[in-house]
Design a protein. Structure first.
Length: 392
């Protein structure tokens, strides 16, 4: 079976992990801060906080932006459930904005229209979470401008997009959002086993993200004796730590961070190979009755996923039949995503099928083809040959 995604682990990656295992610090040593600094430098962001997974990153990003009961977060239906669940963890509510039929990302037109309506009703979202689907950036300039106009904060769910660019800058620079989130799950572009990260430029926000992932605990700042919190002699003790908020234990281990830093060294090569494979798919699939991914000129995707849409008016087969035939031929295809609002849990919250027609219609035709940096040309040729045979 050719999988839809697979990690790429080198001997250097294994050495980096083994070095941590032989050291004194399996967690909370220097590997975490080193990985964070390397990623912040790579993206051009001021700071980064490594966490246990991207779901945790989304959760603390919402907490750090003060999302709570009575507030609303908006995201897209075409995403993994975690992009929406983060609001519910904070006691806030979720709503969705339909997708653009070309990019499958949040539609700026739909967002703009919903904001005008929400503003009239006094029900504006506190946070909007655009998801850079398949590795292609959302239209962040427009989303940021709407954020400035309507006063919402922006968390980029860039779980698919580490290594991608938008308007010539790395995704993760965060210059058009408040927080950017990455995932390092093994199917994503670089991996730490499980893992995630928040990146932020505002120093106060960055500091808050850093302590929210470790119980809300900080070390007192000894250099500021004027701080009223430290008037008691005991508080100067070197043992001192202070819990200043209710945080969580969402730390990443040094074992994982060492793997992440080592993987980061090959990120550009991974993305280059993914771009090469995507261009090759575009060429090889050109004559088939499928729609290949459209790319917005402002973006340069990291190509986490290569999703085709079946032009079903040009064929007699259903998506399910094509999918099952590909699986039977040893091609590990997948589907991204079942629209979140159609999940049973979300239907119990009041959402129903029919509410977000673009995401639903996209979902009915979509198939994710295998794409990973180690994929060979001949593996890719086998995918194309299988699909060609099924569709002819
Ligand atoms: C993978 C993914 C997540 C969750 O990542 P984890 O690291 O597995 O928690 C969130 N959002 C999107 C869009 C994802 O693809």
């Amino acid at each position: 079976m050719i999988p839809y995604g697979r990690q790429d682990i080198s001997a250097e990656d294994i050495d980096a992990v083994a070095q941590v295992l032989r050291s004194d610090w399996l967690t909370q040593g220097q590997a975490g801060p080193r990985f964070e600094q390397a990623m912040a430098d790579y993206c051009g962001a001021r700071s980064a906080a490594a966490v246990s997974n991207a779901t945790a990153a989304l959760h603390i990003a919402c907490l750090a932006l003060d999302l709570g009961p009575g507030d609303t977060l908006w995201t897209v239906p075409n995403t993994f459930v975690a992009s929406a669940n983060c609001a519910l963890y904070c006691g806030a509510s979720v709503d969705f904005v339909d997708i653009d039929p070309r990019t499958y990302n949040m539609s700026v037109a739909a967002l703009s229209e919903r904001l005008a309506q929400a503003s009239a009703r006094g029900k504006l979202p506190k946070i909007v979470v655009p998801v850079h689907f398949a590795g292609q950036s959302c239209e962040m300039t427009e989303i940021r401008a709407l954020g400035d106009r309507y006063g919402f904060r922006v968390i980029e769910d860039a779980s698919h997009a580490v290594g991608g660019d938008y308007l010539g800058r790395k995704i993760g620079s965060g210059h058009l959002s408040d927080v950017v989130v990455f995932s390092f799950h093994p199917v994503k572009i670089i991996t730490t086993g499980e893992g995630g990260m928040t990146l932020a430029n505002d120093p106060k926000l960055a500091e808050r993200l850093a302590y929210l992932r470790t119980h809300g605990i900080v070390r007192p700042v000894w250099s500021d004796p004027a701080d009223a919190r430290y008037s008691n002699e005991d508080r100067y003790g070197p043992w001192m730590y202070e819990q200043i908020e209710l945080g969580l234990n969402y730390r990443m281990t040094d074992i994982q961070a060492a793997l992440g830093a080592s993987q980061l060294g090959r990120l550009d090569a991974f993305v280059a190979r993914r771009r090469e494979l995507a261009a090759r798919y575009d060429a090889l699939l050109a004559k088939l009755p499928v729609t290949c991914p459209w790319q917005h000129p402002d973006t340069n995707s990291a190509w986490h996923l290569y999703v085709i849409r079946l032009r079903r008016n040009e064929m007699t087969l259903t998506r399910r039949q094509v999918f099952e035939a590909l699986r039977a031929a040893g091609i590990g295809v997948n589907v991204h995503y079942i629209p979140v609002h159609t999940q049973p849990y979300y239907q119990r919250l009041g959402f129903s099928i029919g509410m977000f027609p673009e995401a639903e219609s996209y979902y009915q035709d979509a198939i994710t083809l295998p794409l990973f940096s180690k994929m060979t040309d001949s593996e890719q040729d086998a995918v194309v040959a299988a699909l060609t045979k099924i569709l002819s």
